[in-house]
Design a protein around this ligand. Structure first.
Ligand SMILES: Nc1ncnc2c1ncn2[C@@H]1O[C@H](COP(=O)(O)OP(=O)(O)O)[C@@H](O)[C@H]1O
Ligand SMILES: [Mg+2]
Length: 360
């Protein structure tokens, strides 16, 4: 078929059908001349012949369409199009769409406005997360800074000649400075792990060795808490691809959390096992479980525990020197290893944090 510069509805329909985003061709009378499958799916309607306004019912999108139609009637050329945000609510989720309405050139045989809709929910969500993150970091930084500034003031003034008070204040200031430095190093680890998340580690590591080294490093805290840690090793465990420092970080945080929040149970069990299959993993894996017998965690908190700065009890976490970033870091490191991280807990009985890492 020879190609002519004058398009018709059939050609245009074929083009629209090939577009991944929902698209409509709307005529001067606001009737829908053409709709592609993505648009029919979005509005769950056949659309052809219907009034566009009954689908673009919100004021902003309707106004954008009308401005584009007015531009079309005035014979406007080369207009960039008119944009609006549109909200689409379904029983399961709220979608935010960016609507663009572009007047088409009438002499090419298509008097109408091309309306495209793009789902921008994830962009908006990411922006919201970034704003929340900045607000959280600022909030976490402010409290130790306030304490430091207050004590500096006191040391310069009322407590200047009081050595006992000075010593006591310096201890508090040291603790707050350490809190800020932990926060900064956790933020740095988080950003490093996130940026490396797509690159799977290739070095081979022994999880038995990682667990033994982590337990040795935590020995003073374990003894101080008066706890018993039972480590059930798997001597024949193969080495797996992994980043040793990051895996130490994972188990350090999980065991430290068990010490901090599960101490009332008296005992912590750490185990290493081989599992042949797990949902979400393609082959055999090594599974490390850290189990405490403390108070446990209410089920409503479980899905959110790996969010940055999410804590069940903020006061308790801060009093223990926590940053609220530990489990977020754990989740990202496990993802980078293509592994699986699960949390189970029963109120009054304790919690089990499990990390499964693929053998190959
Ligand atoms: N073993 C546990 N038992 C009870 N609660 C826990 C346990 N581990 C973690 N949590 C809860 O999860 C929160 C987040 O843990 P984490 O991300 O490591 O931050 P942090 O330890 O710095 O508070 C903790 O503040 C605590 O409320
Ligand atoms: Mg922690």
């Amino acid at each position: 078929m020879p190609f002519t510069m004058t398009a018709d509805l059939t050609h245009c329909g074929a083009l629209l059908d090939a577009m991944p985003d929902p698209a409509l061709l709307v005529g001067q009378d606001r009737r829908i001349l053409l709709a592609n499958p993505a648009a029919r799916e979005l509005f769950a309607a056949p659309l052809n012949g219907a009034s566009a306004l009954s689908y673009l019912r919100q004021p902003e999108p309707a106004a954008a369409l009308d401005r584009a139609l007015a531009a079309l009637a005035e014979g406007a050329r080369g207009k960039p199009g008119f944009e609006a945000r549109m909200f689409q609510t379904s029983p399961t989720r709220e979608t935010v769409l960016r609507l663009t309405a572009v007047p088409l050139a009438p002499e090419q045989g298509l008097p109408g406005v091309l309306v495209t809709l793009r789902d921008i929910s994830h962009v908006e969500e990411a922006e919201q997360q970034r704003r929340d993150f900045v607000a959280n970091v600022s909030h976490e930084m402010r409290s130790p800074l306030t304490v430091l500034a207050g004590f500096i003031e006191t040391l310069k003034g009322p407590a200047r000649d009081d050595p006992a008070a000075t010593a006591q204040f310096l201890d508090i200031m040291e603790r707050e400075a350490q809190r800020m430095s932990r926060l900064v190093s956790d933020l740095l680890s988080l950003s490093r792990v996130e940026s490396e998340e797509k690159v799977r580690p290739r070095a081979m590591v022994s999880l038995s060795e990682v667990l033994r080294a982590t337990l040795a490093a935590l020995r003073p805290q374990i003894d101080e808490a008066g706890l018993v840690v039972d480590f059930r090793d798997l001597p024949e465990a193969p080495q797996i691809p992994g980043d040793r420092d990051q895996l130490v970080q994972v188990f350090h945080n999980l065991i430290e959390n068990a010490l901090k929040y599960g101490a009332s149970g008296g005992r912590i069990d750490v185990s290493l096992d081989r599992v042949e299959a797990l949902p979400g993993l393609s082959g055999p894996a090594l599974k490390v479980q850290v189990r405490d017998h403390g108070d446990g965690i209410d089920a409503i908190h479980l899905p959110r525990l790996t969010e940055r700065f999410y804590r069940v009890d903020g006061h308790r976490s801060r009093a223990m020197g926590g940053t609220g970033l530990g489990l977020a870091i754990v989740k990202h490191i496990v993802n980078r290893h293509r592994g699986k991280f699960t949390i189970r807990s029963t109120r009054g009985e304790g919690s089990t944090f499990a990390v499964a890492l693929p053998i190959a």
